[in-house]
Design a protein around this ligand. Structure first.
Ligand SMILES: Nc1nc2c(ncn2[C@@H]2O[C@H](COP(=O)(O)OP(=O)(O)O)[C@@H](O)[C@H]2O)c(=O)[nH]1
Ligand SMILES: [Mg+2]
Length: 483
């Protein structure tokens, strides 16, 4: 009895040339980034047997995929099958005779044909950067003889694919469907489309594949909600963060001592902030099943979001006008006018600043580098113990927006990453454009009000549900390349 076959579970066997990207395709489709579970490797011959990869939702295995070593001698195998068939056009029965009688000379071909004989659908992976040589034509021919439902997958491993059209033409005649699937780059939408293609070619199992699609969608929506929840949690913690230390008369008397204490608190502040960021990123990586991506590994140097660089503050967060409007609590109505491009210039700066009221300060400070708020008063400690030095949060009104942007950019980078890759990666906070600048006035005002409450150290919990909804939309936008 083979361990990879189960009568009750529809199977799709993945075939193709060694190194075509069969394992990488499955790894990306099924989100497996662990070589111990599914080996993706440039060294041929590492998969020597058929390996089952079950698709399980709600405790039930709906379908399974079978990874194979791939074709080794397709031309010779094709000739042998032809010989066995004699004068007839070869068919499934001839493949059966071939598998039963010729496994010693053709171990790889018989291994990949066994599941086909048992009734598995076929996924044929090719790299269209390779010329369509006779070996490939032989593979295509053998698979066509099987008569099984079959899908051809073009997995372009390089940018240029000069033979793409000849591949398409040939595959079009021998397969039910041809699809492109970048094993190193496919995102959720493409994974979903591949699953849908299987449903189209194998209608006998449409029910079960349909259930898989529903479960995938439900799980994807749920993951985004969990990610948004983690983000609300992070922002609240980050914006209320303070570092503090007591100061006594000696500190008061010696400015250099006080300055040293302040510096130490600034460092501590940023370190804690980075730890909070890492914790949120790690939660996301767990939710999206990534093990080869590192969250920020070096909180001390704060590589992920270097708040101290001017570059960061030009690129991320709101622009000056958005910030002014958000700070003034100008929401849907006036905000919409600006979003539509009615234009601040036509109004004259004086008028605008006048109209902004409380937002003016925000506007004036918006473009500056963050200065860490230093608070000498703090709460008075017990008599005789002196006063407290409190550091944080940065005074720039753009601070929460830059922070949020840096998280959204990394969320998008995480979702860009295909599980079929086996190199290590680090999420880069400076890759990609600002996402918060795309926000409309209404949601911007919702976030600003909540940010302000957090910055004051009194997070307004009653606003959390709407904040959660705005963040959910922002995360969704980041998944689709910021649309
Ligand atoms: N750049 C790039 N490399 C790929 C792609 N698909 C597979 N590879 C690489 O090609 C090699 C063989 O891939 P693998 O999936 O193990 O091939 P298999 O023998 O068909 O299972 C590995 O080093 C992969 O990382 C791709 O789409 N793009
Ligand atoms: Mg493989």
């Amino acid at each position: 009895m083979s361990t990879w076959w189960n009568e009750n579970v529809p199977a799709f066997v993945v075939v193709g040339r060694v190194n075509a990207g069969k394992s990488a395709t499955l790894a990306t489709l099924l989100e497996v980034d662990d070589d111990a579970v599914l080996r993706v490797s440039p060294t041929p011959g590492e998969t020597t047997r058929v390996q089952a990869l079950p698709v399980i939702y709600d405790g039930e295995e709906w379908i399974r995929f079978l990874d194979t070593p791939g074709f080794q001698q397709p031309l010779e195998a094709m000739r042998e099958i032809r010989r066995l068939a004699g004068s007839r056009e070869p068919g499934l029965e001839d493949l059966r005779v071939f598998v039963e009688s010729r496994s010693e000379d053709f171990p790889d071909e018989t291994r990949l044909l066994e599941p086909v004989l048992k009734g598995a659908g076929v996924l044929y992976v090719v790299d269209p950067a390779k010329p369509l040589r006779d070996e490939f034509l032989a593979e295509i021919e053998i698979l066509r003889w099987s008569g099984r439902p079959r899908l051809a997958l073009l997995n372009p491993q390089a940018d240029a694919a000069p033979y793409l059209e000849s591949w398409r033409e040939k595959l079009g005649t021998a397969f039910n469907l041809t699809r492109t699937f970048d094993a190193h780059g496919a995102k959720y939408e493409e994974r979903r489309k591949l699953m849908l293609a299987l449903l189209h070619i194998e209608e006998r199992h449409a029910d079960r594949i349909g259930r898989v699609l529903e479960a995938m969608d439900a799980e994807w929506a749920q993951r985004r909600e969990e990610a948004a929840e983690a983000l609300v949690d992070f922002l609240e913690k980050a914006l209320t963060l303070r570092s503090s230390d007591g100061i006594d008369e000696r500190d008061e008397g010696v400015p250099a001592r006080k300055e040293r204490k302040r510096q130490a608190l600034v460092e501590e502040y940023f370190q804690k902030l980075a730890e909070m960021e890492s914790a949120c990123l790690e939660k996301w990586l767990r939710i999206y099943r990534h093990h080869l991506i590192e969250a920020d590994a070096d909180p001390v140097r704060h590589r992920g979001l270097d708040l101290a660089t001017e570059e960061t503050w030009r690129k991320y967060g709101l622009n000056r006008w958005q910030l002014a409007l958000a700070g003034a609590g100008v929401g849907a109505a006036a905000g919409a006018a600006f979003d539509l491009g009615v234009g601040v210039h036509s109004l004259g700066a004086g008028t605008v600043v006048g109209a902004l009221g409380g937002g003016t300060a925000a506007f004036l400070k918006g473009g500056k580098l963050p200065e860490l708020k230093v608070d000498f008063g703090g709460a008075r400690l017990k008599a005789g113990e002196g006063r407290a030095l409190v550091v944080g949060p940065p005074a720039s009104p753009n601070f929460p927006w830059v922070l949020l942007d840096s998280m959204l950019v990394r969320y998008a980078a995480m979702l860009e990453r295909a599980h079929g890759r086996r190199d290590r990666a680090r999420l880069d906070a400076a890759a990609g454009a600002s996402r918060v600048r795309e926000l409309a006035g209404g949601p911007r005002a919702i976030l600003q009000k909540w940010f302000t409450s957090c910055l004051k150290g009194k997070p307004d919990r009653s606003r959390e549900p709407e904040v959660f909804r705005v963040l959910l939309v922002l995360l969704g936008g980041s998944e689709n390349g910021g649309e």
